[in-house]
Each structure stands twice: as C-alpha cells, then as structure tokens.
Design a protein around this ligand. Structure first.
Ligand SMILES: Nc1ncnc2c1ncn2[C@@H]1O[C@H](COP(=O)(O)OP(=O)(O)OP(=O)(O)O)[C@@H](O)[C@H]1O
Length: 332
C-alpha cells in the first residue's frame, strides 16, 4: 500500500477579536473523517468545489500538517512525524510554496537540491540533463526565476520536484494559469511519469481535462467529506444518463417534434444542441423524428462533458451534506 488514510479529520482554529479584551474561538473543520487507500503507481485526482478540503488533504499527505484525528501512512511512514525521512521518497508541487530560489536561476536550485538529497555529482549531472531535455528548459535555465513566465516557472518547478526520483508526486493545481502549449506539455509529462516511470501521482485540479488526461481514479470532496470515490471511467458510466445531440439543419428548423425527455440546450443559427434524457426517451427515436420532418446536414451524438457530471456530483454531495447536518441538529 502506497498510502492509507484512516478516519482523518483536520480542524483549523481561528481566533476572532471581539472588542478590546475578548477573543472568540472558531473551529473550521476542513477535513472530516476521511478514509481512503492508494495503491502504488496509481494517479488519483482530488476534486471538489472551493473550500472542499483538497489542499488541506494534500498538505496532510505531504506531512506539512498533522491530522487533528485519525492516522495517515505514506510508504509505511507517518508523513508528519517522519517528514524528513519521507522527503527522500516523495515530492510536491504546491502552488504557493516554490522550491525555486526567486532571485537565482533554476540551475542553482537544482545544484542545491542535489546537495540536499545527497545525489552523487555525476548522477545529478545526468539527472539534470534528462529533466532539462524533458521539460525543454535550456533557453531559460540561467535566468533568475523572477524573470521567468508562469509556464516556464511551472516547468522548472516540476523538474525540481523530480530531481531525486520521488516515488510519489503531489501536485496542487499544476496547470493553473498556463497557456495551452505549456499546459499540454505538463499534462503529457505527468502522464508519462505515471505510466512509464510508475510514479504515483496525487493531484488537485479544477480542470476536468487535466483530471481525465492524467488520472484514472478520483475522489470527490465536498465540505471536507468524501462524497464519491471511483474510477473516472466508472464515474462516467454511472452518471451518464443523457446524451448530447448536435444537429446542423440545412435551413432554420420548422418542426422539431421533440419527444418528452429531449430539450434544447443551445441554438446558434441552424445548429441546435439537444440534451436527451436516456431514462425517459430513446436517442435514436429523437433523431429519426427530427430527420423525418427536416432537412439535416449533420448530426453528432456525444456524451455530456465530464464537467457536467462533476457539477451534478457536487450539487448532490452538497445537498446530502446539508441534509445530514440538518438531521444532526434535529437529533441533537
Ligand atoms: N490555514 C488555515 N487556517 C484556517 N482555515 C483554513 C486554513 N487553510 C484552509 N482553511 C479553511 O479550510 C477549508 C478547506 O480549505 P482548503 O484550502 O483545503 O480547500 P480547497 O478544496 O483546497 O479549496 P480551493 O479549491 O479554493 O483551493 C476552507 O474553509 C478554508 O477556508
């Protein structure tokens, strides 16, 4: 087992100043009784709306925070207590915590990290060459980090995280703010690391494209609790109760003759997008009726985007959480 999280909760305590002399204690339950396991070599996405507890969970797994309750084992160690021993075997790229020295060029950070991780000089040279080629860093390797673009900096940051060949890589929003090219490069590299080098990846992202391209497993958090733990493929299957039909009419449609269960979600001139609820109607029947009454240029039938499934899960998780809280209040 690569990671085991057992009934973990994390509370933050805030003190609100009330007047001149009084302080009021406020406890924020960022993670509530969370348990899950991750096998080596997997790629797991932690997703959820703002404030769901994703970053807190990543910080708990890296040993930056200690749990208020419960226990965590990463590679057989307690990440908080064995943080320095574990640091040789894991790595993290967390948005606000840069490993790169701001006023120095990335190459200097790489040499420094080589010393920190006791990497042999010739091995470090070889490793740096590999990473510089992989992330295409050569043109800005000697420029101070403060002069790099966001995309260049993120590539340098991930390369720095990989210098000691970690077995697990934690990433908090690795593609945020990157342009299409830099983003695609980062995604391809992470995917490759996971699939070919067997590096376990745990990431948080708000981007469904990142999630689908890099990860096979997903945990959805909402208000600190797990609301769904699944393989992405299965999540798609079990939540797909609709199809999206895009029709390009030869001229403005006169009679769509829509069945109950089909609804227009978007229209742009002669191009119309319908959502068909598969529980109440048959997509083929919807299409045949439209074709029988109109001249049609093109039809495509697609699954709805992963984003809409995730929205649905957030909403149902949110409602279930609210219901549980209300029931607890009534019982109490
Ligand atoms: N250092 C802190 N002190 C107090 N409260 C905190 C602290 N860090 C996070 N929180 C609170 O804990 C909850 C979970 O925050 P967290 O950053 O883990 O969520 P998140 O899912 O990563 O959110 P986002 O998607 O916005 O980054 C939020 O209510 C947040 O305000």
């Amino acid at each position: 087992m690569c990671k085991e999280v057992n009934h973990v909760s994390k509370h933050y305590t805030l003190w609100k100043i009330k007047g001149w002399t009084r302080r009021e204690r406020q406890v924020i339950e960022a993670v509530k009784d969370v348990s899950f396991k991750v096998e080596p070599g997997r790629a797991l996405a932690l997703i959820g709306p703002n404030g769901a507890g994703k970053s807190t969970m990543i910080k708990l797994l890296c040993g930056i925070l200690s749990p208020t309750q419960g226990s965590i084992k990463v590679l057989g160690m307690d990440p908080f207590k064995d943080r320095s021993r574990l640091a040789y075997r894991i790595s993290s790229v967390l948005g606000q915590r840069s490993q790169l020295w701001y006023h120095l060029p990335p190459i200097d950070t790489y040499h420094l990290l080589g010393r920190i991780y006791d990497i042999d000089r010739s091995e470090l040279k070889e490793r740096m060459k590999e990473l510089i080629d992989l992330f295409d860093l050569s043109t800005f390797l000697y420029q101070p980090v403060r002069k790099l673009s966001l995309g260049q900096r993120m590539r340098c940051e991930i390369a720095a995280a990989l210098i000691h060949k970690p077995e697990i890589l934690f990433l908090d929003e690795p593609t945020i703010g990157l342009d299409v090219v830099a983003r695609s490069m980062v995604i391809d590299i992470l995917k490759d690391l996971n699939q070919r080098k067997n590096v376990t990846i745990i990431l948080t992202s708000h981007d469904t494209d990142d999630i689908e391209r890099i990860c096979e497993d997903v945990i959805v958090l909402n208000e600190g609790r797990i609301v769904l733990e699944s393989k992405i493929r299965e999540m798609r299957k079990s939540f797909f109760h609709s199809k999206i039909v895009e029709i390009e009419f030869a001229e403005q449609p006169s009679d769509w003759n829509l069945l109950p269960g089909a609804r227009v979600i978007d229209q742009n001139g002669p191009v119309v997008r319908l959502e068909v609820d598969l529980k109440t109607c048959d997509v083929n029947e919807v299409v045949s009726r439209i074709v029988a009454h109109n001249t049609v240029r093109n039809i495509t039938i697609q699954d709805p985007p992963l984003e809409s499934i995730i929205q649905h899960i957030y909403l149902s998780g949110y409602l279930a959480g609210r219901e549980a809280e209300q029931n607890a209040q009534i019982d109490g």
